[in-house]
Design a protein around this ligand. Sequence first.
Ligand SMILES: [Zn+2]
Length: 156
Amino acid sequence: MEEQQIQLNEHNKEEFPPMHTCEHIVNQTMIRLFGCGRSVSAHIERKKSKLDYRLEQRPTEDDVKRLEEAVNEVIQSHLPVTTEFISQQEAEGRFDLNRLPDDASSTVRVVKVGDYDECLCIGKHVANTSEIGVFKIISHDWNEEDKRWRIRFKLT
Ligand SMILES: [Zn+2]
């Protein structure tokens, strides 16, 4: 529980909106390409960011290329990023509410990237994916013990 709260609190700081919005797109693209969950850990910074995913097996170089291309395709589609407030009741079943702190308000904020992705988030986002730039994976590594894949990326 404590770790989950820390994750949410991290969103309180002034994140670099293009990087953070890109994180939403990468998460949804990972779900679609690999059938995994959203990132298990995230370090989002202006110059470069890290995202960790729990996967069955190590992605290939072709997978990396496909991920990069798919994310850039979404970015280049110039999708609007919009927010919507709904009650926690409405959010049940539609989102993972385990990540919400116990004292979360009864209204939660949904952030949508076009109709590509939607998730609960209180971070800062760009208004349109055209503001993100080009997504580039700098490096990636695989931890066999934890079945964890880490990507490091930047925006150019
Ligand atoms: Zn967000």
